[in-house]
Every structure is written in structure tokens, then in C-alpha cells.
Design a protein around this ligand. Structure first.
Ligand SMILES: [Zn+2]
Length: 301
């Protein structure tokens, strides 16, 4: 409600987005790059004094091409950044008076903003583990249930692989094709610096990671062996599963990586206040656009 009140003033919305889009306080014309402009108060747009075209703060952001007002966008962003167990498109639709389909699209655009790849590899002690998501019969439609109910174990489930850097308690999670060696090793080598101490369970796929100090805790015997464990990652998995089961009811496997981004973001930024976390999401909107077409096609990654 605080967010709804705060963003009920359109000028406030434009100013906040402008302050992250143009941190130096100088709006730049997206067509000709000129900084000479005048602000049109009635339209909440800038007019370029060089090429004479008008532009809005939405250009080049995830809000571009959307008819939804920034007031609603920023409220949706606030909700997603701060609701611990996530927020469904139905809730956002009701709160913002948009259709569920529109709310779904908005939430996916915001998740896309939350996904920030980093070039830094993890160091120190790193927990690695994998888990199965989805496929539980009670969350499926009747026809799918009939088709899957006879399956055993991981049939119909997505496999999520996670890494947690213990010193900073930051998580990276992604969907992997299988639990076989080559899939897991690829993730580890891409994300963890050689020489790091790797803590895993006894899954044979973790064998032969010779550039790491590999320490194993066999879950058939115990869960903690001195400092060797994957407990923090297990904790992250339970948060993730609670979010997906409690809030999202059903997640298409193709979209699962966005939910992973969302949950990882909230986890990694848990020390921030609600306002700071929101600013962080807002800070990542510039330069990211996601259209309905590329959202629903397989190319997005
Ligand atoms: Zn211009």
C-alpha cells in the first residue's frame, strides 16, 4: 500500500526511473544522443532540441513498448522485490487492476531485470548441490496427472543445480539437462574459481574435479562433517520450493530459470531493506528489453 501511494504521482515515477537511467541527471536523446532538451511537464516527456523528437523515460528499458503506466510497473516491481515467498500474477493483477496475463508479462520482464550475469567466479568454500523441481502430481492438470502419475522418481521434473559461496552466502542456480558429470562440471567450471574448496554430497558426478579441493559428505551417513556440508544450499532449496508450490501453483519448465533468478535475487540481497532491494531492481532496468515474442520463444536465455 505504501508503494501504491508513493507511485500514485506520475511525476514521482518518471523522476525515479530517470534517476537510474541517467545517473548524471542529464537525459540523453535516444535518437541523436543530444543532451539538449526541454522537459514537457504536461506530457512527462522530453523534447530533443536537436532532432525535435520527443522521448520518454521508458525508452531502452524493460518498460518500453508497454502501455502500462510506470505507477503500476513500479508497484509490481516493489511487490516482486520484497514479497519473501514471491507474488503471483493473480495477486499483482488484482492489486494493480490489470489482467492476469498482463501481470504475468510484467513479472517476467521484472525477473529478467533481476537476472544479472556476473563475470566474477566464486572463491573460498563453495557448496554444490542439485535438486528436482516440479512434476508433483497435485500441481498438474488432470490430463497431465494421468500421464505422469505412473512415473517414478525424477520423471517429469526439472533438475536445478546450485552453487553457494559460503563467505558471501550468495547463490547461483540454473536449470541443467541431467545430473551427469558433463552437465554439472560445466556449471562448476563456469562459476567457481580453480583452487576453491568444493563441498558436495557423494553423487559420483562430482568425481574428478581435480582443479578443486573436493570434500564430500555422504548423506547416507550424515549431513555435516565438521565444516563440510551443503546445508545453506539445502536451505535455499526449501525456500525455492516453498515459493514455487505456495505462490506459483504451476511453473512451466521453460520459465523455471526466471523463478530461479527471482529467488536468488531475494536471497542474495536479503540484508538490504525493502527500499534498497527495490532500488537495486530498478537500477537494472535500463538497457534491458523483453518483448512478448522473445519471452515466449526459446531463444531467451
Ligand atoms: Zn534528438
Amino acid at each position: 500500500m505504501a508503494a501504491v501511494r508513493h507511485y500514485s504521482n506520475p511525476l514521482t515515477c518518471v523522476q525515479e526511473v530517470a534517476s537510474v537511467k541517467w545517473p548524471k541527471g542529464e537525459p540523453i536523446c535516444p535518437r541523436c544522443g543530444s543532451k539538449r532538451n526541454s522537459f514537457l511537464k504536461t506530457r512527462l516527456m522530453w523534447k530533443c532540441l536537436e532532432c525535435k523528437k520527443q522521448y520518454s523515460v521508458k525508452v531502452g528499458t524493460i518498460f518500453e513498448d508497454s502501455a502500462i503506466g510506470l505507477d503500476k510497473w513500479l508497484c509490481a516491481m516493489w511487490m516482486l522485490a520484497n514479497c519473501k515467498n514471491g507474488v503471483s500474477s493473480y495477486e499483482v493483477g488484482r492489486a494493480l487492476e490489470v489482467t492476469q496475463k498482463t501481470a504475468w508479462f510484467m513479472l517476467h520482464r521484472i525477473r529478467y531485470a533481476q537476472h544479472h550475469g556476473t563475470i566474477d567466479k566464486m572463491t573460498g568454500t563453495v557448496e554444490a548441490d542439485e535438486t528436482f523441481i516440479g512434476g508433483a502430481a497435485r500441481f498438474m492438470h488432470a490430463d497431465k496427472r494421468a500421464e505422469k502419475i505412473h512415473g517414478r522418481g525424477p520423471v517429469g521434473k526439472a533438475i536445478v543445480f546450485g552453487l553457494l559461496e559460503r563467505e558471501t552466502s550468495t547463490v547461483r542456480a540454473s536449470v541443467v539437462g541431467t545430473r551427469r558429470k558433463h552437465h554439472l562440471h560445466k556449471q562448476i567450471r563456469e562459476n567457481v574459481a580453480p583452487g576453491a574448496e568444493l563441498n558436495t554430497d557423494a553423487l559420483p558426478s562430482y568425481d574428478d574435479l581435480n582443479e578443486y579441493t573436493h570434500k564430500v559428505v555422504d548423506h547416507a551417513e550424515k549431513y555435516v562433517d565438521g565444516t563440510v556440508h551443503t546445508n545453506r544450499l539445502e536451505n535455499f532449496w526449501s525456500l525455492l520450493k516453498r515459493t514455487i508450490k505456495g505462490t506459483y501453483v504451476s511453473v512451466e519448465p521453460f520459465h523455471l530459470f526466471r523463478y530461479l533468478d527471482e529467488q536468488s535475487f531475494r536471497y542474495n540481497e536479503r540484508e538490504l531493506t525493502d527500499a534498497e532491494r527495490f532500488q537495486k531492481v530498478l537500477g537494472s532496468v535500463a538497457g534491458k528489453r523483453l518483448t512478448w515474442d522473445n519471452l515466449t520463444s526459446q531463444e531467451v536465455g
